[in-house]
Design a protein around this ligand. Structure first.
Ligand SMILES: [Zn+2]
Length: 494
């Protein structure tokens, strides 16, 4: 399993950077370095958010369509933040929603329930909603200041119960071989040997477990149906015909909820009538695309640098025999940089002042037109995610986890709103029009629209606001300086 190869696919014919052969790549001495850094492109997603718009007789039927990409975050409360109590929280005066006053110190607050310690030392829990609005606000602010206790997993592998791959069908004539593991159903254009099937299965399942275990709050679930779906394609031409972009090593198609990877990106060879691992077998492309798939319900809420940076991050983590060594992330970083060095040089970081506000349109334009710039974008995205995970502040990923929680809170709010709208549409008298809009009788209470969906500018505002969590009072220039200094400490000059 090689991660030094990350970001490389087999498009030898496309030349370009003239990557040197690597005589001694890690893990596999005979491994060939393939010629072209992959630009792993996630296709632009059509909205995974349903369109709920209206136009008609009632005030809730306004014409605002759901917008893709960045959504606004009004409230940074998250039910899942378990703030840790610093040494001695002082006694303070509080008021209940009915105006009853009492004195107590905060012991803990999980976003919905606060545990107090009163003067005699006794502890007592109280739902947040029972407190006065001012005190609720105070708790929100208090919670934001508390350090989160973040525990990174050490080693993550697939659950043994999910690992036994099942052969669903093998149709030689139509080149259709279907396999299934605990969470995945994947189709291959070639028959897999037992050992290849086992290897692919354990990498799939390990990536699923990894995204569950990382502190980003992803909770991966198939976008539709019971299984995550993948298609492994025998040739590059089939891959491109099925929607794989040129220059890419793999793609996650958000609309179809499936990811496609050509055999050449993994490194397979034929053994008789079957396919097996070749010397340059490399699952980093699989892990990258799988990461997009696990994050399906988040993609519209995250800027491209986070989407690609997280997928690069997982793809570069050391992975061996179906187990990620998260605690050895630094080894992955070093191997990756070494690989880049051998392959023609480490790209120059992209200026953060331009990267942070970059629109998806601009990002995709660069991908299709400028390979050098594309490498810089992907590389910088990775550097940023690694930095926020391991080097910023105390090196425990505080701000990055807070960032994900803030995004997650809004994501959840929209999800709940969507559910409420679906329920609303089922009520008697509500008419769903052919274009998806709907109208209902007056007096019927429409679900409250989340702030993020209330205006055209809300998504951009959301992006700016969540970015502030990461900047944490720093300008882009100051952050750049700190990033360079942190990597320099590891002996990495950027
Ligand atoms: Zn990608």
């Amino acid at each position: 399993m090689n991660h030094g190869e990350h970001g490389v696919h087999g498009g030898q014919t496309q030349g370009g950077l003239g990557f040197a052969k690597s005589p001694k790549a890690r893990g596999s001495p005979t491994r060939k370095v393939r010629a072209l850094p992959a630009i792993k492109i996630r296709c632009l997603l059509p909205s995974v958010l349903s369109v709920s718009s209206g136009g008609g007789r009632f005030p809730f039927e306004d014409k605002m369509l759901r917008r893709l990409s960045f959504l606004f975050c009004g409230l940074m409360v998250c039910a899942c933040i378990q703030a840790q109590l610093p040494a001695d929280e002082p006694l303070r005066g509080w008021k209940t929603v009915e105006g009853q006053a009492f004195e107590a110190a905060i012991v803990s607050f999980d976003g919905t329930t606060v545990t107090f310690r009163v003067r005699n030392g006794q502890r007592s829990p109280l739902p947040l909603a029972r407190l006065s609005p001012d005190d609720q606000m105070y708790l929100d602010e208090w919670q934001k200041k508390q350090p989160l206790k973040i525990v990174l997993p050490d080693v993550v592998g697939g659950d043994p119960a999910s690992l036994q791959p099942e052969v669903l069908s093998e149709d030689e004539r139509n080149e259709k071989f279907v396999y299934r593991t605990g969470h995945f159903e994947f189709e291959s254009q070639g028959k897999f040997t037992q050992s290849l099937l086992r290897e692919v299965a354990r990498n799939f399942e390990a990536t699923y477990e990894l995204l569950k275990a990382l502190p980003w709050g992803i909770e991966p679930a198939p976008a539709s149906g019971e299984y995550f779906r993948a298609r492994l394609l025998r040739t590059r031409s089939v891959y491109e015909a099925e929607g794989g972009p040129k220059n890419s090593g793999g793609v996650y198609l958000g609309r179809e909820k499936v990811f496609l990877v050509p055999f050449e990106s993994i490194g397979l060879k034929t053994v008789g009538k079957s396919y097996a691992k070749d010397d340059d077998f490399d699952t980093s492309t699989l892990v990258h695309e799988l990461t997009h798939q696990m994050m399906h319900f988040w993609l519209n809420y995250l800027p491209q640098w986070v989407v690609e940076g997280t997928a690069e991050y997982t793809g570069i983590l050391p992975l061996k025999t179906g187990r990620f060594r998260v605690s050895a992330a630094k080894t992955g970083l070093r191997d990756y940089l070494e690989h880049l060095q051998r392959a023609g040089g480490v790209p120059a970081p992209y200026p953060l002042e331009e990267l942070f506000p970059m629109t998806n349109e601009k990002w995709n334009e660069i991908l299709t037109s400028n390979r050098t710039m594309s490498h810089r974008l992907y590389f910088t995205s990775y550097l940023l995610v690694y930095y926020f995970m391991h080097l910023d502040g105390d090196g425990d990923g505080q701000l990055f986890v807070r960032y994900f929680r803030a995004v997650g809170a809004v994501r959840k709010e929209v999800e709940e709103y969507d559910k409420a709208v679906d329920e609303f549409k089922k009520q008697p008298g509500v008419e769903v029009l052919p274009d998806g809009r709907y109208r209902g009788p007056g007096g019927l209470k429409h679900p409250d629209r989340p702030a993020i969906l209330k205006s055209e500018t809300a998504p951009d505002e959301f992006q700016r606001k969540t970015l502030q969590i990461l900047l944490n009072g720093r300008t882009e220039a100051e952050l750049t300086k700190q990033i360079r200094a942190a990597y320099a400490k590891l002996g990495i000059r950027l």
